[in-house]
Each structure stands twice: as structure tokens, then as C-alpha cells.
Design a protein around this ligand. Structure first.
Ligand code: NAP
Ligand code: ZN
Length: 354
């Protein structure tokens, strides 16, 4: 198969950091779309993966080229591609393939397909080796996994919709967040700030729980009705038993039970944050009010397009700090300090100076 050499950034080990690295991309086959990457968001999952923090569940293979919040411009399409043409804006999220035939795929839940291929660190069935993500100059993807970007959206701010956006939009819809519901968002990072925007746009009463008192003003500006600094036990107590739904988007170990106790009867807490350590939940916290505790992973392709179209209509993008790729290791250090407002978006033009 013909390939093209493309510049990228990769980590060679859990401790190496990210450095320039050349990769090969396949030539577009009939159903493929080739995209020049313009912006790629930095998800905390990139960091977990680069540092092999999920070694028990999803061990990292090296070298790893992370990045699954990709927007760009189409440079080439295969002869069988019907939905896109060169020059179109396009986006790619966390998945680049799935079998298309299993019950999950048929239900539009490709993220739960046993044969789903992640955008990075999955087996690459075309070239062998591993899939390489969006910290790179271009990507070639089957058109079934390519998304359309509404033309009114700022591209740097649209990139994070492909993971932070869909990962929060999907459970917010699944659990019926609407006007009149009391909704909590735990952790005001990339995912959390998107959850606030969506829940607010749907008319819910939104309460942000943060460990960072300095984020209070921002939380209100983003659409929160109330902000609770979660280290303040008295403030937490005032909300006991009162929530319909809480979305937990925290990247590190924390006391999940403190939030389950804030749910009302039949309330649900959904975990999207993926700390490596197991969480402890006492049975009586759930039994007491028929509460439920669940998880959620990104969203299917059709739902991702629905989310992007919703963002286009409501002019929703992520609040981003645009950085050159050369600042990626610094950005990771800042993520670990919860110092991001509220997503880093890499300007891929910076890769050309490598
Ligand atoms: P992020 O931007 O780094 O935000 C995480 C936020 O969690 C921080 O800003 C901070 O908010 C809070 N936090 C961090 N350390 C904490 C601690 N020790 N105790 C309490 N709160 C803490 O990360 P992200 O990109 O939004 O990702 C969040 C998590 O979701 C990650 O684990 C990521 O891997 C996971 N994820 C899951 C999916 C999925 O499909 N389920 C998809 C994408 C990402 P405050 O400053 O407000 O406290
Ligand atoms: Zn992500």
C-alpha cells in the first residue's frame, strides 16, 4: 500500500514526554477521506494514555501519537466517498472504525462495538502497527467516521467537541436533562465546562462542584447557577438529597460517595472521568433513595453529528487556550494542576516549523 510521510509528535515511553516523530499515513482508498489537521484538542485521556496510567485496562503501546479531538480540511477523497469533497471542513473524534454489523453498531453505539478501533493506540488494520492520532499533520479515515463541522463555529474551539463535547452531551441526553432538573457537574476542566454549557443550554439548574475556588467566576459565566467549592463540607451538606443528575468529570482519585449522597430519589450519578484507581461506593448510599451510579463513554457517530449540529445552532464551542505543538509537554503539566481554561487546542500549523 502506498503511504505518505507525515510529521507528528509521539511519546516513546511513559516518561519520555512528547517529541517530533515521523509517521506514515495510508493513501486514501475508495471509502477514505484525507484530512489536513488544523486543530487538535488535548484531552486528559491523552495524558493518561501517554503515561500508561490505565495499564490495567488499556495498556499503552509505544510510540504513541495521541489526539482525538481533530478538525481540519479535506485534501482528498476516495472514489467511493459520497458525503464529502476536497475543501470541506471535517472532524474526527475518538473512533476511526467499527464492524458496522453488531447490535451496538446497528443501534448507533459504535463506541461499544467489540471491534471498534480507537483513533490512537489501537491496531491499525490497514498498515499494521498502531493507529496514530491527531497530534500530526494529516489523517486518513473511513468516511463513516468523519463528521461535518458547522461553518459558523470557531475551529480551535470546535476541536474539543469531538471528545469533551460528545462525552458530556451523550449522558446529559441519556439521563433526560431538561428545564427544571437540578444538575451537578463535578470538576471544571475540559469535559466539565462543556457539560455546564450543554446543561445550561437545555434549561437545567446547574451547580458546579470544583476544588479550585479561582474558577468560581468562570463557572457562573459558563452557565452555572451555583458554584460549590467541594472541600467545604458545610456547602456540600446544603445540597444533600437534592439532585436529579450529577455528571462526574474528575480525572483523579476522589470521594465519589460525597456526590452520590447529594442525589435525590431515583437520582443518577454518571461517571465520565476515568481515574485509574477503583472508587469506593457504600451500598446504603445507593439503596437509600433508589439512586443509581453509572458510566458513559463518548457517544456514537450519529449522536456526535447531532451534538455538532446542536453546537452550530446554539453557537457552542469550548473555551480554548490555543498553543503551538512545541508547548504540549508544558500543557500536560498544567492539566495535572487543574490549570486549564478550559481546553488546550493545538494549532497544527506550528508542526510545520519542525
Ligand atoms: P481536565 O481538563 O484535566 O479536567 C479535570 C478536572 O477534574 C480538573 O480541572 C479539576 O477540576 C478536577 N480535578 C483534578 N484533580 C482532582 C482531584 N484530585 N480531586 C478532585 N477534582 C480534581 O480533564 P478532562 O479532559 O476534562 O477529562 C476528565 C476525565 O474524563 C479524565 O479522566 C479523562 O480521561 C476522562 N474522559 C473520559 C471519557 C469517556 O468517554 N468517559 C472521554 C474523555 C475523557 P476543578 O479544578 O474544578 O476541581
Ligand atoms: Zn478524550
Amino acid at each position: 500500500m502506498n503511504t505518505t510521510k507525515v510529521q507528528a509528535y509521539a511519546a516513546q515511553s511513559p516518561t519520555s514526554g512528547l517529541t517530533p516523530f515521523g509517521i506514515s499515513r495510508r493513501e486514501a482508498s475508495p471509502q477514505d477521506v484525507e484530512i489536513e489537521i488544523l486543530y487538535c484538542g488535548i484531552c486528559h485521556s491523552d495524558l493518561h494514555s501517554v503515561r500508561n496510567e490505565w495499564s490495567e485496562f488499556m495498556p499503552t503501546n509505544y510510540p504513541i501519537v495521541p489526539g482525538h479531538e481533530i478538525v481540519g480540511r479535506i485534501t482528498k477523497v476516495g472514489s467511493g466517498v459520497t458525503k464529502y469533497k476536497p475543501g470541506d471542513l471535517a472532524a474526527v473524534g475518538c473512533m476511526v472504525d467499527a464492524d458496522g454489523t453488531c447490535p451496538q453498531c446497528k443501534a448507533g453505539l459504535e463506541q461499544f462495538c467489540a471491534n471498534m478501533i480507537l483513533t490512537f493506540n489501537s491496531p491499525d488494520k490497514h498498515l499494521g502497527g498502531l493507529t496514530y492520532g491527531g497530534y500530526s499533520g494529516s489523517i486518513v479515515v473511513d468516511e463513516r467516521f468523519v463528521l461535518r463541522v458547522p461553518s459558523n463555529l470557531n475551529l480551535a474551539g470546535a476541536a474539543p467537541l469531538l471528545c469533551a463535547g460528545i462525552t458530556t452531551y451523550s449522558p446529559i441526553h441519556h439521563w433526560g436533562v431538561t428545564k427544571g432538573k437540578k444538575v451537578g457537574v463535578v470538576g471544571l476542566g475540559g469535559l466539565g465546562h462543556m457539560a455546564v454549557k450543554f446543561a445550561h443550554a437545555l434549561g437545567a439548574h446547574v451547580v458546579v462542584f470544583t476544588t479550585s475556588p479561582g474558577k468560581k467566576e468562570d463557572a457562573l459565566r459558563l452557565g452555572a447557577n451555583e458554584v460549590v467549592v467541594s472541600r467545604d463540607a458545610n456547602e456540600m451538606k446544603k445540597h444533600t438529597g437534592s439532585f436529579d443528575f450529577i455528571l462526574d468529570a474528575v480525572s483523579a482519585d476522589h470521594d465519589i460517595n460525597a456526590y452520590i449522597n447529594l442525589l435525590g430519589v431515583d437520582g443518577n450519578l454518571t461517571l465520565v472521568g476515568a481515574p485509574a484507581e477503583p472508587l469506593s461506593v457504600p451500598a446504603f448510599s445507593l439503596i437509600a433513595r433508589r439512586r443509581s451510579f453509572s458510566g458513559s463513554a463518548i457517544g456514537g457517530i450519529a449522536e456526535t453529528q447531532e451534538m455538532l449540529d446542536f453546537c452550530g445552532k446554539n453557537n457552542i464551542t469550548a473555551d480554548v487556550e490555543v498553543i503551538p505543538i512545541q508547548k504540549v509537554n508544558e500543557a500536560y503539566e498544567r492539566l495535572l494542576k487543574s490549570d486549564v481554561k478550559y481546553r488546550f487546542s493545538i494549532d497544527m500549523a506550528s508542526l510545520k516549523s519542525e
